[in-house]
Design a protein. Structure first.
Length: 195
């Protein structure tokens, strides 16, 4: 029987703690950086910790691939008295092919929740300088998205319309192959909180 997503996250957490306590050492860490000045400036102790974590995380990712263990975690998003359980890729894990299908399968319920929850709110396209937008413009983006993510604060509801690789979609360098358009629904202007 394969380990579960939750068990893999526990293993990663324990390994991270052990590494930062100095209980894990990678002796070849200085050899992994081509720049000896940078290697010396950072120090072998810090390099060892970084590479120990990277190596262990790579083993976990290999395990996920071999055994088909999901990288998705589920959380409850609550906004204005409503709630919905939504999946998201855990930042320490990878998405297996079935995960993208699960994200896509959750999309209709997320969009229904979002459309119901935004009544009376103003819509903004998130970015360094959020811009007001319209529901019609967002519906165009919804039509080309592969999956949706949802999060909320007390006064703001965030919809991410994503495509491509779930691991890379939040990285600007991954566009146009992967990406997310983020929409903020709020009564006034966006607060600037990063969720």
């Amino acid at each position: 029987m394969a380990y579960t997503t939750e068990q893999l996250l526990e293993f990663l957490d324990r390994e991270l703690r052990a590494t930062w306590k100095g209980e894990r050492v990678v002796l070849s860490s200085a050899d992994r950086i081509d720049n000896p000045v940078l290697s010396k400036a950072i120090g072998t102790d810090k390099l060892s910790k970084v590479f120990a974590i990277q190596d262990f995380r790579a083993q976990i990712h290999d395990y996920q691939h071999q055994h088909g263990v999901s990288g998705l975690v589920w959380h409850t998003c609550q906004f204005q008295g409503r709630s919905i359980r939504v999946p998201e890729l855990h930042p320490q894990l990878i998405a297996i092919p079935a995960d993208k299908a699960a994200l896509a399968a959750a999309r209709p319920a997320i969009l229904e929740f979002w459309r119901t929850a935004i009544a009376g709110l103003r819509l903004w396209l998130a970015g360094n300088d959020p811009q007001p937008t319209t529901l019609a413009a967002i519906e165009e983006r919804i039509a080309v998205s592969e999956w949706a993510e949802l999060s909320a604060t007390r006064d703001e509801l965030y919809l991410s319309l994503c495509w491509g690789d779930p691991k890379d979609c939040h990285c600007e360098w991954a566009k146009p192959e992967s990406g997310c358009d983020r929409i903020i629904a709020t009564a006034g202007e966006p607060s600037g909180i990063k969720v």
